[in-house]
Design a protein around this ligand. Structure first.
Ligand code: ATP
Ligand code: MG
Length: 242
């Protein structure tokens, strides 16, 4: 199957820290790919590199077979690749729909068309009742959804979600998972970083596991979850040695 996104030998150094070391993988069109790994594994840094927010020291990122080179995140968004953030920070003085309208202006200069796009995206994430509310009053779960709505206004081919369930109340998790499945079924390929492994294995077609900046496993969810290096990374070496 065609790879819509390809990461080739990407390395990132922050001073003396190897945040990513020669990470490679491909994402197939229309799959949901999960990324797991303990805190500090380099998952968010990887999203930053893919979207043009974090410069890489080596390697390349290709969208539909074409190198993204050193394009800015804005240019990459216009090509159909966007991310959400682990800690979304909406413009708090603006309403939900105004926040999404700003994002929609990535694709159009027509403010009225952007507003329509924003309303549709907000409906897709189940927040139509919040359109004109100030985003300063949003709960964590609502911020996460608003961030997804902002991303959807750009009509992405590929959407990278950084911990979409983080801080979401447990009663809403099934609803968010359904929403993600719908987004995929409507034609957007998803790459999802998530610490809620049970929820992630429920929706992901495939998982990648990372630790200390390296990819350590890549395959069907059940197989990756049994990977000894991943279990060791989560538990800490001391626990396994004991
Ligand atoms: N801008 C930066 N400058 C210096 N170090 C950074 C920077 N961003 C991240 N790091 C470091 O790089 C490593 C990887 O961080 P990253 O945020 O990518 O991990 P993560 O897998 O997303 O972790 P978490 O699950 O906690 O979100 C960490 O050691 C982090 O402290
Ligand atoms: Mg992170």
């Amino acid at each position: 199957m065609e790879a819509v996104l390809e990461v080739r030998d990407v390395s990132v150094r922050f001073g003396g820290l190897n945040a990513l070391s020669e990470v490679s993988f491909a994402v197939r069109r229309n799959e949901i790919l999960g990324i797991v790994g303990p805190n500090g594994a380099g998952k968010s840094t990887l999203f930053g590199v893919i979207c043009g927010d974090v410069p890489r020291n080596t390697g390349d990122v290709l969208l539909s077979g074409k190198s993204l080179g050193t394009r800015s995140s804005h240019e990459i968004a216009r090509l159909g690749l966007v991310r959400t953030f682990q800690t979304p920070r909406p413009f708090s003085s603006m309403s939900f729909v105004e926040n999404a309208t700003i994002a929609a202006l990535t694709r159009t200069n027509d403010v009225r068309a952007a507003r329509v796009e924003a309303e549709q995206a907000i409906a897709r994430v189940g927040l139509s009742h919040c359109l004109d509310r100030p985003s300063s009053g949003a709960s964590t779960g609502q911020r996460k959804r608003l961030d997804i709505a902002r991303a959807l206004t750009t009509r992405p081919q590929v959407l990278l979600l950084d911990e979409p369930l983080g801080g979401v109340d447990p009663g809403s998790i099934a609803e968010v998972l359904d929403m993600l499945r719908q987004i995929r079924d409507q034609g957007t390929t998803l790459v999802v970083i998530e610490h809620n492994l049970e929820a992630l294995t429920g929706i992901a077609d495939r998982l990648i596991a990372m630790t200390l900046g390296r990819k350590i496993a890549d395959g069907p969810a059940q197989e990756v979850m049994r990977d000894e290096r991943l279990i060791r990374a989560y538990l800490g070496d001391d626990d396994v040695a004991a």
